[in-house]
Design a protein around this ligand. Structure first.
Ligand SMILES: Cc1ncc(COP(=O)(O)OP(=O)(O)O)c(N)n1
Ligand SMILES: Cc1nc(C(=O)O)sc1CCOP(=O)(O)O
Length: 525
């Protein structure tokens, strides 16, 4: 039986709003687009479970939607359910398979890759992977996985016909993030999402189901690459795109919200003004919502790792707005605290661009290939930076900008190499942070260019690769030009000259000076 797992309702009668009858809630949820129902009765005795299962079966039959029973093979047999869902300590799959009639569905809960591999070996039809987010519906016995841990589990299903749904804390507010962030590096996606409270606890389950279904369907359509062939980037198309963004930024003066470190706050704000944008360096959690509605891009730079609450909230609100979130995990490899904070932030919101030096990005990728000392990268960098950025972009599901003597940008498909810059940029503090600011400004332009497009199914509007390339070119070209000035005698005079050169930078200069190469539009594995 071909099952549509896209919106999988797990029941929970204890969560029904006061006065809402179970049967009505279930029927409304099905009207709203639920595609599979699992009856989960953790507190009922057998007779009560049987009655609820029978009522549910009758209602599901009306909608031709499959009914699954949680844990209990006997109940599934008694009501001729379409299948069972088994936990890790429930009846083994091969025993359940013997007891059930042929063709029945067996689902298995999985919270790690070994569970998934075993479920495949045992012949499960689908796996329920969780918990992805925190949930108050169930006392969890395993740690919360987080969105970024789902991809590796999905990869274990490559080449099999076993389907996968995500479960745990899935809401309309985090569904798009869940779907986008869980795609594996091999492109394996969730086949659906299983929810309890978002539908069951709703006074209007029809509407709640509809909203979830709409997000799922929009995402499926927006990310169906076969539907719209992707036009490959060329040097010319990137140059034209960067020029367009630069003009737009000067025309509209986008607001760039920067939660950054104390070392660079002032120079970042000045660089923002110099490029024609408008800075706001706010850090109070209470103002993150309002700012997310007003800004055109958010930069989160955790150089002094403060303001975590603001960083968590700001990114989530900006994701909701489909605006760019630029993450600069300064010195992420330096301490355990920084590593944990980066994971927490990246699990809370989807970055549009992650920018870092080789040491920082190696730490983020758990790679030993490059070492770091504090906030600086040590040694010559990656042996194959193009493959590194492209793989990390696939893993983190965003654009990666690797900065250094040569800069590399990838969206997971295209890799762009950038050759501008000057050694004096390494002699002032925070030049890397300024790159982050410039990327945020150009991403704001990219968002503004696309803001009226239909963003349904997308986590961010606009071309973030173009934004990252534009930001790097602007700062590195300005750096080259500042270093050539007769009034620059060292790092002290270089910094104000750099701001001047950003201020005077023209699109024509960027075209003339930009050293830009499209290294690959898809590197083979
Ligand atoms: C779709 C789906 N995935 C996971 C679970 C959890 O099942 P289990 O581990 O058996 O825990 P209980 O639900 O029995 O508490 C599920 N029910 N459905
Ligand atoms: C039943 C269940 N199983 C989970 C797992 O992680 O295996 S989480 C969960 C409860 C999910 O409820 P809600 O959608 O309200 O967060």
């Amino acid at each position: 039986m071909a099952v549509d797992y896209s919106l999988y309702l797990v029941t929970g009668r204890g969560l029904l709003p006061e006065g809402k009858a179970y049967n009505d809630s279930l029927r409304e949820a099905l009207q709203g687009g639920v595609t599979v129902v699992q009856v989960r009765e953790k507190k009922s005795d057998t007779l009560e479970f049987l009655q609820v299962a029978q009522q549910s079966k009758d209602i599901c039959n009306e909608f031709r939607v499959p009914l699954i029973i949680n844990d209990r093979i006997d109940i599934a047999l008694a009501v001729d359910a379409d299948g069972v869902h088994l936990g890790q300590t429930d009846m083994p799959v091969h025993v359940a398979r013997k007891l059930l009639h042929p063709g029945k569905i067996i689902g298995v809960s999985c919270s790690n890759i070994d569970h998934v591999r075993k479920a495949v070996e045992d012949g499960a039809d689908y796996v329920g992977i969780g918990a992805i987010w925190t949930t108050s519906t169930k006392q969890l016995t395993n740690p919360i996985l987080g969105v970024r841990e789902i991809g590796p589990l999905l990869s274990a299903l490559d080449g099999t016909s076993v389907k996968a749904v995500g479960i745990g804390g899935i809401k309309s507010t985090n569904l798009l993030r869940t779907l986008h962030g869980s795609v594996s590096t091999t492109g394996h996606r969730l086949d659906g999402v299983a929810v309890v409270s978002e539908i069951v606890a709703s006074l209007d389950p029809l509407r709640s189901a509809q909203i979830l279904k709409d997000v799922y369907v929009s995402w499926s359509i927006a990310t169906n690459t076969q539907a719209a062939p992707v036009i490959p980037y060329t040097v010319e198309s990137i140059r034209a795109g960067v020029v367009d963004l630069m003009r737009l930024i000067r025309e509209i003066g986008p607001l760039i919200h920067q939660i950054t470190n104390v070392v660079v706050t002032n120079q970042s704000a000045n660089a923002t003004l110099a490029l024609g944008a408008s800075p706001i360096m706010a850090t109070a959690p209470e103002e993150m919502y309002d700012l997310s509605r007003a800004l055109s891009a958010l930069l989160i730079n955790f150089g002094t790792v403060k303001d975590k609450e603001a960083m968590l909230l700001a990114g989530q609100f900006v994701n909701e707005e489909k605006k760019p979130v630029i993450f600069d995990p300064v010195g992420v490899g330096a301490t355990q605290f920084r590593r944990e904070t980066a994971v927490e932030l990246l699990n809370s919101w989807q970055a549009s661009v992650i920018k870092g030096n080789a040491g920082e990005l190696a730490a983020l990728a758990d790679s030993e290939a490059v070492q770091a000392r504090g906030v600086d990268s040590v040694g010559p960098g990656f042996a194959d930076p193009a493959t590194f950025v492209r793989n990390l972009a696939k893993k983190e599901r965003c654009v990666i900008a690797l900065t250094g003597v040569t800069d590399w940008v990838s969206d997971g498909t295209t890799v762009v190499k950038l050759g501008n810059g000057h050694r004096l940029l390494g002699d002032i503090t925070g030049s890397g942070c300024l790159v982050g600011t410039c990327i945020a400004i150009f991403c704001a332009g990219a968002w503004a260019r696309a803001r009226n497009e239909d963003g349904r199914g997308k986590l961010v509007k606009g071309d973030m690769l173009m934004g990252a390339v534009g930001g790097i070119l602007a700062l590195t070209i300005a750096g080259e030009r500042a270093a050539l000035r007769p009034d620059v005698h060292g790092s002290g005079t270089f910094l104000p000259a750099l701001i001047d050169e950003l201020y005077n930078l023209t699109p024509e200069t960027v075209v003339e000076w930009g050293q830009l190469y499209v290294v690959a539009n898809d590197i083979a594995e």
